[in-house]
Structures are given as structure tokens and as C-alpha cells.
Design a binder for this molecule. Sequence first.
Ligand SMILES: *Cc1c(COP(=O)(O)O)cnc(C)c1O
Length: 468
Amino acid sequence: MENISTRGGCAARPFSDTLLGGLAPDGGLFLPEAYPRVSAETLEQWRGLTYPELAFEIIRRFATDIPEADLRSLVDRTYTAEVFGSADITPVRELEPGLHVLGLSNGPTLAFKDLALQLLGNLFQYALARAGEELNILGATSGDTGSAAEYAMRGKQGIRVFMLSPHGRMSAFQRAQMYSLEDPNIFNIAIESMFDDCQNIVKAVSGDADFKRRHRIGTVNSINWSRLMAQVVYYFKGYFAVTRSNREQVSFAVPSGNFGNICAGHVARMMGLPVRRLILATNENDVLDEFFRTGVYAPRSTQRTHATSSPSMDISRASNFERFVFDLVGRDPAVVKGLWAKVEAGGAFDLAGTPHFARIPEFGFVSGSSTHADRLATIRRVWRDHGVEIDPHTADGIKVGLEFREPGVPLVCLETALPIKFEETILEALGRKPACPEAFRGIADRPQRVTVMAADVEKVKAFIEAHA
Ligand SMILES: *Cc1c(COP(=O)(O)O)cnc(C)c1O
């Protein structure tokens, strides 16, 4: 299976050639030239598989240039009960008949991003060793992505991580999680400014082609195709967990920001998983909800992005959305190029009244948004009615999911983080702090290792030069 770009400007290339990179050279996003179709017979065989077995079956259809024995061992080492807390990896909890929460947050950093990044850590190490190369990952984080990347890359041969975070602006738990890592290949740099400046520094360093080449600088951003591919697996797992036969349909509710998670659901559906609806939930930053309701995609400036109590969904543009639009417009790269020319010029596009927009129902998408008050009410309601603590992002998903729930169709709400990561909002909703998993007791008291630095591109470069 080769990967192609959504903008059609570069030749198809094998999976492994797109593994370590970000954007395609033509500015588009990589995705497979076709989605492998899963027959009814195969789906039946998959029903009884364990998580790693299922992951192997799905991933081998995309990563066709990795020898199967190697892939099997990579997947087996990634999805273990030791790393994800149970052999189920993504356990399902029934709140009431027909209403389920798919637990995606039992990995090392307690958010769903671990499910993809833990695999990426092993895939990167494997690919670098095979090519005899090294990689210095430079990233910026305001919370979840940075810690998931660090926990995925810690101790990996040939990989170093330089992670910029805004000094004093993450939660105490997030800081403790990242800064207490002692692995010599992990470097935390706290920038004395906001998240945007961290991101600008990453852009400036990556934009220096000579420096980038000399120091083999790479990223683990949300547009990486293999991240998305790894996430396809838990849609299948969740489907099997709540159904008895493959004649049943299921709807998924997905708290969304960069459109990575729900795009994996879209891929699963295109492969033939019997998904009825993909219910997209946003917070007050509702660019995506606006698109699915009106046909207008109007990314916003950072100034117009709200800081909300589901902060991991505070986005102004959805970096993976281009992949879905590529499929929506019949995989015509010329159309995608035209639409994103508008976006990149600081504008918007409007598909209302076009045949493209009329096809949205064929893809199963519906959407809604929630506010801080909705979030608190949902956290309270789920605790009161079901005795289950949920985090603010998961609450956004459940709130919108319930609005689109249909009788006779199981609704699976994706749990994207554990409540302990967002203590303040839980305290506000329930009047007490959330339960802390055993492994994280006392984490705030562990010694922390971080270099505080001014928001200065040259200082960051000098640091990388000294440590890479
Ligand atoms: C990243 C993240 C999201 C958003 O996921 P996307 O793939 O960007 O849509 C939602 N909730 C949590 C907790 C996250 O960390």
C-alpha cells in the first residue's frame, strides 16, 4: 500500500517513507491510496481477536513494507497490560444499556494519545535502526501531546526529544508528568512565554533547512499518518465489545480538536466497519461544528481561540481535516488545493449548496458543541446517575453524543483523558478532587528536571547543538 498526498503534487511512496515525516512535500497530508476493504467474513474472524492481534491485522494492511514478523513483534511490545493497565487495552464501560464509554486513557499519560504514540515510539526506533539514522524530535506542547510523546520516546535508541512548554502555564499534574522524567534522551525546555511562542520557535528552527538537516530535526505532530492508522484499531475493538453480531450498527461520539481521532473513525467506517454515525463534539472552539452544520470552514486566529475547561480541544484550525475533505470531494486533489489556497491565505471556504456538502450524510457525520456549563452539568450527571467520574473532554463527547442518540443503536462515547489530569474542573463540578490512579500518587513531589529559557530561537538552537 502506497501513500499519496491530498494535494496530488508528489509521487506515491511506501508507508515507511512517510513514517518519520510531517507534511507531504507539496504541503498536503499523506494518506493511503485506497482504504483496504474488510469483508464480512474477515470482520467475523476479527471479532474474537485480542487488541494486539487486531492491531496487527489492521496495521499490516497499511504498513505493507514492514516485514510481518517485525510488525507483529512491534505491536506485541506496544499493546501490553503492563503499559495500558489491562489486557483489554481499551476497556468498555456500560453506563446503561446502549450507552458505553470506551476507555482510551489508561496508558502512561492518561490520555488517548498514548495509544498511537506508544506505537510510534517503537516504529520510529525500528525504522531508524534499519536505516542507521538518528532523530532529534523538536516539539511544542501545552499539555497532552508533549507528555505522550516523551513517554513514547523515553529510552528509545537513536531518538532524542526536545520539548518546549510555556513556563508556569501547565497544570501541576502535567508539569510533574513531563518534568519528572529522568531519561537522558528527554529534554524539557520551559519557555518564558505563551504556547504560541513555543510553537513559533519550533517553526523557526524547522524552517532553518541547514540546521534541520545538520541536526536531523523531526516532529511528532498530529498530522502524521501512522498516528491516525494506529487509532483505527480501537474503533474496531469498541465495536466488537458492544455488539454480538456484525449486522448491528454502532454510533461513536468523539471529543474533537485537530480531527485526528474522529478521522480514524472515518477510516474504520470506510474500511467497512458498520458505523452508523460519527458524532463530532467540540467545545466553545467550534470551527468543526460550524462546518458540519453550515458547510463553512473558517479557521480562526489564535486571538479568537478561547481558553476553555477542555483545553486539549482549544484549536483554531483542525490540522487533519484536509484528509476528510479529500474523501468528501471524491479524492480530487485539485479541489483540495483550491480550498486550502483560500485557507492558507487567511480565508475560509464554503461548501454549502455544493454536491460535496450534500454527501456529508453518506459519511455519517453529525456534530454539536458544548460550553463550560454543559461540561459541568454532564460531569455531575454521569457521576450522579452512573457513579462514574469523567474528564471535561469526555464530557463534551457525551453531551453531544446524547443529543444524537437513537433507539436501538448502541452509542459509544470515547474517553479521551482521565479526570485526574483536570482536577480544577472536577473540583468545580463535583465539589471534590478526582481519584488519583495508584501509579501517580506523589508524582508532584518527585524531583523535576527542566531548563527555563527566554523565548529566543538562537538559545533553543544552541541548546539542541550542545545536547544532540
Ligand atoms: C488531543 C485531545 C483531544 C482532541 O483530539 P483530536 O484528535 O485532536 O481531535 C481531545 N481530548 C483530549 C483529552 C486530547 O488530549
